[in-house]
Design a protein around this ligand. Structure first.
Ligand code: S3P
Length: 179
């Protein structure tokens, strides 16, 4: 039997892509990065999709891709930070896979995004304040959707992979004893 997908959720700069790639490698699973997949399929950057179709158009594409990815099993999937805004996306991930929330403090999110111009939502006069706003609004959504929450900071990727694996094992043991 194929195993359920592992969905990584969390804010921009939480390290979903880096962790996801390493986790997939450790588990011998396929890794999919949702944003990268959208960029490959459309042939343009996320910023350009936002520019041409607005955030609404981007979200539509993101949800369609998520539904497609959820139909296959066994992958580690790094989602975009805003995927949880849609209730149907949250339900789909929660019901079809195991959802890991990579939780990070504002300071570390800011450190990891401040020199990166690829995120259209942070292209504002005060990107740090915007990041804080987004974190506050989304934190409850990440929590609602996740089976497991792992705090991230400045630790090495391999350490984080081990912590995520331990958290997943703990969750699976607890879920198994509830059945
Ligand atoms: C977004 C996060 C980005 C990307 C887009 C919107 C968001 O992905 O999907 O810029 O709404 O938080 P990352 O979380 O991989 O940066």
């Amino acid at each position: 039997m194929a195993s359920a997908n592992i969905f990584l959720v969390g804010m921009m700069g939480a390290g979903k892509t880096t962790l996801g790639r390493a986790l997939a490698q450790r588990l011998g699973r396929e890794f999919v990065d949702s944003d990268r997949e959208l960029v490959e399929r459309t042939g343009v950057s996320v910023a350009t999709i936002f520019e041409i179709e607005g955030e609404e158009g981007f979200r539509r594409r993101e949800s369609t891709l998520l539904a497609e990815l959820a139909r296959q099993e066994g992958s580690v999937i790094a989602t975009g930070g805003g995927v949880v805004l849609d209730e149907a996306n949250r339900r789909l991930m929660h019901e079809t896979g195991t959802v890991v929330y990579l939780r990070a403090r504002l300071e570390s999110l800011w450190e990891r995004t401040r020199h990166d111009a690829s995120r259209p939502l942070l292209a504002t006069a005060d990107p740090r304040a915007r990041l804080a706003q987004l974190l506050e609004a989304r934190e409850p959504l990440y929590r609602e959707c996740a089976h497991v929450t792992v705090d991230t900071g400045s630790q090495a990727t391999s350490t984080l992979v081990s912590r995520v694996l331990a958290a997943l094992r703990e969750y699976e043991t607890a879920a198994g004893s509830d059945r």
